[in-house]
Design a binder for this molecule. Structure first.
Ligand code: PGA
Length: 257
């Protein structure tokens, strides 16, 4: 049985004070590990340390929203994997569509970051997803295949065990337009098949594949309830402890069957 992961991507939001308050709220309401549901928050870089302190002693995990692939040196403005580990990050979100389509990251860039993170034992939440034009042109699966092949190039089955995939259709992010449970399930099933073909059935079956794109308490249970959906990567709704915990509760209901 795969565990469920509910991850909050705060993006470029909160202040130190509001981030700590949000993290405390999430920590106070996060479910026990026995429920089969894990909870993670990804604050902006400057708030990793205070948020880490705020969730200390709770089950909540910490992730960064990006990392650079070089170890150290003259890379002004970048943050290394070692630095993320040093401040207590459990994971890093890589390949988010805003980094791909707003900041211009390529699959090659993302692949370097995936490799650097996994080499140091930092868990990777790798985001993939198609643009609206791709979906309308029937290219969703082709785009997903290209992103998976590029981003996971050179990653073996063992290293893959420290990867979580997040399927995030770009047209559903921050738009209030959620993929239907059928659309999500179909993309997730496709990604799992890709993993089985590229790696093996065992790795594919073990992979957590999260859905992201306008997840909220009202639609979370149906989405996470799909056979191949193992949780959610939540943007907007993760900025309120009440909304985020509403999604976590929906996940615990799915986990309880
Ligand atoms: P959203 O963002 O929930 O605001 O649509 C999801 C994401 O970008 O991870």
């Amino acid at each position: 049985m795969r565990r469920i992961l509910v991850a909050g991507n705060w993006k470029m939001n909160t202040t130190a004070a509001s981030g700590v308050e949000l993290a405390r709220g999430v920590a106070a309401g996060a479910p026990a590990a026995e429920t089969g549901v894990d909870v993670l928050v990804a604050p902006p870089f400057p708030y990793l340390v205070p948020v880490k302190q705020a969730i200390e002693g709770s089950v909540v995990q910490l992730a960064a929203q990006n990392a650079w692939f070089e170890e150290s040196g003259a890379f002004t403005g970048e943050v290394s994997v070692d630095m993320l580990l040093d401040v207590g990050c459990d994971a890093v979100i890589l390949g988010h569509s805003e980094r791909r389509h707003v900041l211009g990251e390529t699959d090659e860039d993302i692949n370097r970051k995936v490799k650097a993170s996994l080499a140091k034992g930092l868990k990777v939440i790798l985001c993939v997803g198609e643009l609206l034009d791709d979906r309308e042109a029937g290219r969703t699966e082709t785009i997903l295949d290209e992103q998976m092949a590029g981003d996971l190039d050179g990653i073996d089955a063992e290293a893959l065990g420290n990867v979580v995939i997040a399927y995030e259709p770009v047209w559903a992010i921050g738009t209030g337009k959620t993929a239907t449970p059928d659309q999500a399930e179909s993309a997730h099933a496709h990604l799992r098949k890709w993993l089985a073909d590229r790696y093996n059935t065992e790795s594919a079956d073990a992979m957590q594949i999260l859905y992201g794109g306008s997840v909220k308490p009202a639609n979370a249970k149906e989405l996470i309830g799909q056979a191949n959906v193992d949780g959610a990567l939540v943007g907007g709704a993760s900025l309120s402890a009440e909304n985020f915990l509403g999604i976590v509760t929906a996940a615990t209901e799915v986990a309880a069957g």
